[in-house]
Structure formats: structure tokens, C-alpha cells
Design a protein around this ligand. Sequence first.
Ligand SMILES: [Zn+2]
Length: 158
Amino acid sequence: MTGKTHIIGGIAACLAFGQTSVDSPLLLGTAGAIGALIPDICHGGSIIGRTFPALSKLINGLFGHRSFTHSLLFLLIVAWALHTYVTNDAIKMGLLIGMASHFVLDMCTKQGIQLFFPIKVKVRFPLTTRTGSKIEGAVALCLLIACLYFSFEIMHLH
Ligand SMILES: [Zn+2]
């Protein structure tokens, strides 16, 4: 999936979550967008890979693409680090929900992800699409509509 789809997906997932916990939906959504980009640090051409090229090269060299940074192990390590060093709940939840949404979206692609890394099994959904395809565009559009819908709902709650 492209970075754009991941950003929209991360925000949509966070805003859906924001329905139940609405103390700072804007912060939650922003953290979600950033969290949704983090796993692709393993890929030099991604938005985050271009932002941190040296780190991206290191991680790609060590683990390859869509393995460690697309795994539950990585999610747990980040969750532990956030729990230890970050006090703001909206930032913590947003980053984790954004990352989880990234895994789900990448599981919709043919290549799948190594969700159970270091076990090298590729996990994907039975129906998949290619990155940058028309179907991905349609998925991104649906997520965008979901974003608008959830934003509207949250505004209503306030
Ligand atoms: Zn990815």
C-alpha cells in the first residue's frame, strides 16, 4: 500500500476508536497518521524511509522488507517503549492503532507481511490487491469517507 493510503487508514482507525474515548481526537488522529507510516521504515522509498535514510538502510539490511517492523513483536516492543517513556494516552493509542492499521492494510497485498516474525510465514488476506492499483484507490476513498463520517460523529459528541 502507498503511504497516502496508510495515512488515511491510520487516521480512520483512530477516529473510529475516538468514538469511545474523545478527550483529544485531533492528537489521536495525528499520532495515528504517524504510527501508520512507522512500519515502512524498512523500505527506503517510503515517506518515513526518505525522512530517516540511514536508519531505514540499517533496518532493511538487518531484516529486509515487511518482516520485523511489520510484526506483532515490533508492535509489542513499541507498546512497551511508549508505556515506559510516553505519558499522553492519545499519543500512545494513536501510534499503536496507526501501526496496527498498517499491518491490516499490508495484509491486503499479495506480498503479505511477516506478522509472526521471527517465524518467516507471510500472512495475508485471501483477497489481495497490488500497491498503487485501482482497488487500492477505492479502498483509500472508502477510508477517507470513514474519516469524514467519524469526524462528524466526534464533533457531534462534543
Ligand atoms: Zn508496509
